[in-house]
Ligand binder design. Structure first.
Ligand code: IMP
Ligand code: MG
Length: 424
């Protein structure tokens, strides 16, 4: 039995898709536990580039079974589009993709409300995929779940109750057109027919598989600092990307989880609004963005860029229980003569003892930097840890020591072959 949770340790976009793809070779099952089509997991194989939003990146390994857990919110349009793209590339999801009957569905009004709220006063920088409004309904106990698709009457009743409220809101408050019940019911029934074979009691499936000795990789989306409880609230996503979410989002109890694996980028990025202490609003930041091709996989937005923040990653490792990590995009740093690493924060002349998610403090803190010499060598073709320049190894050692994490995987480019295990 081997059950591993894989988490993003920063603000998302650490390269989880690629690392899941690498690790999934050694797992029987890959399951997603939260988020929705707001995620964008990019995997490059040969000359092909796949961007997955909902389906776990394990789908690219033909022996792997993929599960979308109950904690995920499912957008039918996005899911069908993704299945279509995979099948066009001869990657069949038949018999390999399972969807929890307890997952919630994103409805058309969720997407509309997401975009309306984003145009109001409190801008989060949401991806506009309806994620926040869908989780809002889940917790308000108004959500429409996959299991509701089983009965047309139940579905119709739930949509009717929701539309009474949402159409009112849309018309009276936002001066928008409402939605038609019949059209929506038809649309979701059609969707049900297309995914019917995939729907299952995923918690039962996963637990039985573990009991039979199968290994499971639990794939988180986004990152720890976007966690609704532990992130930079309210500039967060509406679910729990941290490792605890893996249990509630799949039904695999904590006692069956053996380890937590973190993914860190060799520097820091974030999309959307909110505090970002090591952000560089200057030429260095622009250079990181261009060298690292830091544009959102889901929205195409330029990502905000800054130096590695070990104070933040240490906090993230603490709440996730991370033991080992993969470090990604190390090759991007070859372009810099010197590299800075944040080792702590100062606030009003005092050094903070622990990371604070209190926004008023986080906007005011001053990062304390350690400057390291850069390496000028191109490291994209390095095949092992031993191939790396000494200065690169020093950088890695420094990050390891600062954050108390053990680096197990190093990624020096987007391709599968540009990845190696430190001990190989
Ligand atoms: P939402 O999840 O679409 O509501 O967006 C909330 C915040 O999370 C925004 O700042 C988004 O940019 C950010 N976010 C959502 N998904 C991702 C992701 O996969 N990577 C990075 N940021 C994300
Ligand atoms: Mg992404």
């Amino acid at each position: 039995m081997r059950v591993t949770v894989l988490v993003g340790s920063q603000w998302g976009d650490e390269g989880k898709g690629k690392i899941v793809d690498i690790l999934s070779e050694k797992y029987d099952i890959v399951a997603r536990y939260q988020g929705g089509a707001n995620a964008g997991h990019t995997v490059e194989i040969g000359n092909k580039k796949y961007i997955l939003h909902l389906i776990p990146s394990g789908i690219l390994r033909e022996n792997v079974i993929c599960v979308i857990g109950n904690g995920v919110v499912i957008d039918p349009e996005a899911l069908l589009e993704e299945i279509k793209i995979l099948e066009e590339n001869n990657i069949s999801v038949k018999g390999r993709l399972l969807i929890s009957h307890n997952a919630h569905l994103i409805m058309p009004y969720h997407k509309l409300l997401d975009s309306i709220r984003e145009s109001g006063d409190q801008k989060i920088g949401s991806t506009g995929r309806g994620i926040g409004p869908c989780y809002t309904d889940k917790y308000a106990r108004k959500g429409v779940k996959i299991v509701d698709l089983l009965s047309k009457e139940t579905l119709q009743e739930k949509i009717k109750i929701n539309l009474e409220e949402k159409n009112n809101l849309l018309k009276k408050i936002y001066d928008k057109e409402g939605f038609s019940i019949d059209e929506m019911v038809q649309q979701y029934i059609k969707f049900d027919k297309q995914i019917d074979d995939c729907i299952t009691d995923a918690a039962f499936f996963l637990n039985s598989a573990i009991d039979e000795g199968k290994s499971v990789l639990l794939e988180g989306a986004q990152g720890a600092l976007l966690d609704v409880d532990f992130g930079t609230y309210p500039y967060v996503t509406s679910s729990n990307p941290t490792s605890g979410g893996a249990s509630t989002g799949t039904g695999i109890p904590p006692t069956k989880i053996n380890s937590v694996f973190g993914i860190v980028k060799a520097y820091t990025t974030r999309v959307g609004h909110g505090p970002f202490p090591t952000e560089l609003n200057d030429e260095t930041g622009n250079k990181l963005r261009e060298e690292g091709a830091e544009y959102g996989a889901t929205t195409g937005r330029p990502r905000r860029c800054g130096w590695f923040d070990s104070f933040l990653v240490k906090y993230s490792n603490l709440i996730n229980g991370v033991e080992k990590v993969a470090i990604t995009k190390l090759d991007v740093l070859s372009a810099f003569d010197e590299i800075k690493v944040c080792i702590g924060y100062e606030l009003e002349g005092k050094r903070l003892k622990s990371f604070s998610t209190d926004l008023t403090r986080l906007y005011e803190v001053k990062p304390i930097y350690e400057t390291m010499p850069g390496w000028s060598e191109n490291i994209e073709e390095c095949k092992s840890y031993y191939d790396l320049p000494q200065k690169t190894k020093d950088y890695l050692d420094f990050l390891s020591n600062q954050t108390e994490m053990q680096i197990e995987i190093i990624s020096v480019g987007p391709k599968r072959r540009q990845t190696f295990f430190v001990n190989d």
